[in-house]
Design a protein around this ligand. Structure first.
Ligand SMILES: *Cc1c(COP(=O)(O)O)cnc(C)c1O
Length: 477
């Protein structure tokens, strides 16, 4: 059933109205969805309709069944995980991108998407002060970016792995990847997927501020070398997921250079703050890395998904993944244009660069810096409240826009486990209000609440409300 152009216009305009209302007024919904598991499934038929249905009836079910089952990442009271924003220019770019339906596997299948990816990633790279020797490519997520980094590292270290694989090879010894105890689990998943096995990943100890200990890394590498284990890569994190700690990138880069080991820097969340002159020094050393990942879908107001992968050895990525069948040979390919299918696992690629380009142009560098500074300011206000209140305590430094803390009511005399349980109840109670949503982590084995600022419409009032609710519910927990 073809959609009539006049119907498309009508529904399109109605949708734009709906989205505009939503983006401006998401506070009318509880942040965390209140549906129970299975509610959505039960509200929908078991089978697809035999006859096509009208857009009106489809949209009515969207509002009736799906909207109540949304958790509102675009709510200014969203403080969980890493708070994010699908900003208007990014939303409009996604709308356009769906209409254009570009599939940028080859330069010729979308010269625009191919070259805009290079241009917009170049802009972002210069804003963050990474050298031009880094070539960029867009993947969906940081998990996939890091997987490609480690695949490239494996390609360089393991002879003939592409042809011969790893199974049943007596000539291959053991290999090791290093990251800190606070690194993201996507690194574990990458070593699993690359056939290295989780045991090949060494979680290096961290210091009291949750940063990888460079001395412990040095010791680990030398122990492994002595035991005949080959270091394959080091993954340093700039902005860890639990506490946003930054590993000592300069020291780690020096170790990697001396050892001849691939250095991948996971800066998925915090990397964008390298745009701020006061924050740039925290990233010193990442310019020596072999690869860096930064997620504009995290803290650069770009709708999910868009991960920026920068690599100084994209030749190694291509060596690992390029495989061109006859039907994808093109004359310009032979003349050396970039075909995006060569830089990764997937063949087809969305026109993601469009939203990054529109976001960068809409805000401008000054606008982006102002938005980041505002989030940093709000988080530091919250941090000061926690520090000043004897009923709360901070559990980690808060170098960016995330604060890790817990409640400890005056006169509390229970066990550590009881304090954990109390804070878990506090979290549930605050989230049940629907006004805010926070998430948690564990630090040194103990339950910690996390407040992350990152939504463009979050203001002093929202942060103050979160604090008020925490204080109010602590006295009842
Ligand atoms: C969020 C995060 C990831 C995973 O991000 P995805 O894009 O969802 O895969 C990886 N590393 C760090 C440090 C993160 O904060």
């Amino acid at each position: 059933m073809k959609v009539d152009p006049s119907d498309f216009r009508r529904h399109g305009h109605a949708l734009v109205e709906w989205i505009a209302e939503y983006l401006a007024g998401s506070e009318r919904y509880p942040v965390l969805s209140r549906v129970a598991p299975g509610d959505v499934r039960r509200a929908l038929p078991d089978a697809a309709p035999e006859q096509g249905e009208s857009f009106e009836s489809i949209f009515a079910d969207f509002e009736r069944v799906l909207v109540p089952a949304l958790t509102h990442w675009n709510h200014p009271g969203f403080f969980g995980y890493f708070a994010i924003t699908a900003s208007a220019p990014g939303v409009l770019a996604e709308f356009l991108s769906a209409a254009l339906n570009q599939q940028a596997m080859l330069w010729r299948t979308s010269p625009a998407a191919t070259e805009l990816e290079e241009v917009s990633l170049g802009w972002l790279r210069r804003l963050m002060g990474l050298p031009d020797s880094f070539e960029g490519v867009i993947y969906d997520t940081a998990s996939i970016s890091s997987l490609h980094a480690l695949a490239a590292a494996r390609e360089l270290v393991m002879p003939d792995v592409r042809e011969r694989g790893m199974a049943g090879r007596a000539d291959l010894g053991a290999f090791r990847v290093y990251c800190s105890e606070q690194a993201h689990v996507s690194i574990d998943k990458a070593v699993i997927l690359l056939g290295l096995g989780q045991r090949s990943l060494r979680h290096v100890a961290v210091d009291a501020d949750f940063r990888m200990r460079a001395d412990a890394l040095r010791t680990a590498i030398s122990e492994d070398r002595t035991a005949g284990v080959t270091p394959l890569a080091v993954v340093a994190t700039a902005g860890t997921t639990s506490t946003t700690s930054v590993d000592p990138l300069g020291e780690i880069a020096t170790i990697c250079r001396r050892e001849g080991v691939w250095l991948h820097v996971d800066a998925a969340y915090a990397g964008v703050t390298a745009m701020l002159p006061e924050y740039r020094p925290r990233f010193a050393g990442w310019e020596q890395a072999d690869s860096v990942v930064v997620n504009p879908h995290k803290w650069l107001f770009t709708p999910f998904d868009l991960s920026a992968f920068y690599c100084r050895r994209m030749d190694a990525v291509r060596q690992a993944f390029s495989l061109v069948p006859e039907y994808l040979q093109t004359p310009e390919g032979a003349r050396g244009v970039r075909n995006l299918m060569d830089t990764g696992v997937q063949l087809g690629r969305r026109f993601r660069a469009l939203k990054l380009w529109m976001v960068l142009r809409h805000f401008g560098a000054a606008g982006l810096r102002a938005a980041l500074n505002e989030h940093l300011r709000l988080a530091q206000i919250f941090r000061a409240w926690v520090d000043a209140d004897p009923q709360f305590e901070r559990l980690a430094p808060a170098p960016f826009s995330v604060v890790c803390f817990r409640g400890r009511p005056a006169g509390f005399s229970g066990t550590a486990e009881e304090l954990d349980a109390l804070n878990a109840r506090l979290l549930d109670a605050v989230n049940a209000t629907g006004e805010v949503f926070l998430s948690h982590t564990r630090l040194n084995g103990r339950f910690a609440l996390r407040l992350a600022v990152g939504h463009l419409r979050t203001t002093d009032e929202h942060v103050a409300r979160a604090w008020e609710l925490l204080k109010q519910h602590l006295s009842q927990s």
